[in-house]
Design a protein around this ligand. Structure first.
Ligand SMILES: Cc1ncc(COP(=O)(O)O)c(C=O)c1O
Length: 323
């Protein structure tokens, strides 16, 4: 079935799958390498941006506005794609300007992004803030606004498409679970919609890396999936809401605050397999995945590596010390 929206090819696809069958005894982990979607724009966001940029370009936009935390992978990937496509990146970042820009922020600066620093209170009103900014400019029609994480129905189509790609790689049939981090919900909504569309049953475990309770994310994911269904005419099966599986247990003290277990796992995984996970999203997801596999005695799962490696440089001190 053709998707009812156009996509601009930006990422290097298909991303490969690395099979880890020696890392944990008795467990086979297929790693879907979305950390390899692009060098500077690596990670999951570029798949969403393929659909969002197509729309922005079709509308003749010359500037793109988006938002995120200081170490936002989404903002970094958006800024890279802007520069690749002759568009100016404007980022609303939550927090205070640090003395020295590290990790993703370093790249945002290299790309000469226009950065607006906003408080957590302003961030709570981010959609209104970005809409007001757009209207206050001379040519609002030339400004395209992307919501946090690119997580609307159009962006989530990137992961509907990714599931189709995964099916071609023939790893889906024997899987007992797919594991992904959840930060704003769009990736999860896209993956579950993609599986629904293909009539596949494999459980998708979303590891919540924020303090937003999973009930709120479930609502958000249902909204996005509903919109994907109505706007892009993708079929959802009866009771799909009940297949949303989100876990709050692995976030630790909060979003962007690394856990000791996550850092240990990051070091162990990269030193034994060469695969770098990040301290904010994928390491927490990996820890959660191993815990769930142990508790449920799962033997064959897929870890969707959503990237984030550049933020490791912003946490280098803690990673180096291992705590
Ligand atoms: C590396 C990484 N993994 C996972 C996610 C979560 O994706 P989503 O925001 O679609 O839930 C994000 C962004 O939030 C991310 O940057």
């Amino acid at each position: 079935m053709e998707l009812k929206a156009k996509r601009k090819p930006l990422a290097q696809l298909p991303t490969p799958i690395t099979t880890l069958d020696q890392y944990i005894e008795g467990l086979t982990i297929e790693v879907k390498r979305d950390d390899l979607t692009h060098f500077l724009a690596s990670g999951n966001k570029i798949r969403k941006l393929e659909f969002l940029f197509q729309e922005a370009i079709d509308k003749g936009c010359r500037q793109i506005v988006t938002c995120g935390g200081i170490q936002s992978n989404h903002c970094r990937a958006t800024a890279v794609m802007c520069r690749e496509n002759g568009i100016k990146p404007i980022l609303f970042l939550r927090g205070q300007k640090p003395a020295f820009p590290e990790g993703n922020l370093f790249i945002d600066h290299l790309l000469d992004s226009e950065i607006h620093w906003i408080t957590p209170e302003q961030y709570a009103q981010r959609d209104e803030l970005m809409a007001e900014y757009r209207l206050s400019q001379k040519s609002p029609d030339q400004i395209y606004v992307i919501p946090e994480g690119g997580s609307n129905a159009l962006g989530a189509l990137g992961y509907v498409q990714a599931v189709r790609e995964l099916r071609e790689q023939t790893v889906l049939e024997n899987l007992e679970g797919i594991f992904i981090p959840v930060g704003s919900g769009g990736t999860y909504a896209g993956i579950l919609s993609g599986l629904e569309m293909l009539g596949l049953q494999v459980p998708v475990y979303g590891i919540n890396v924020t303090k937003t309770p999973h009930e709120d994310f479930i609502k958000r994911i249902i909204d996005i999936m509903g919109e994907i269904q109505s706007r892009y005419e993708l079929p959802l099966r009866e009771g799909y809401e009940k297949r949303i599986l989100l876990l709050d247990d692995y976030v630790g003290e909060g979003y962007a605050l690394p856990t000791e277990e996550g850092i240990k796992r990051l070091r162990s995984l990269v030193s034994k397999t060469g695969i770098l996970i990040d301290p904010v999203y994928t390491s927490k997801c990996f820890v959660g995945m191993l815990d769930i596999c142990r508790k449920k005695a799962l033997k064959h799962v897929l870890f969707w590596h959503t990237g984030g490696g550049f933020s490791a440089y912003a946490y280098a001190d803690r990673i180096y010390k291992g705590v």
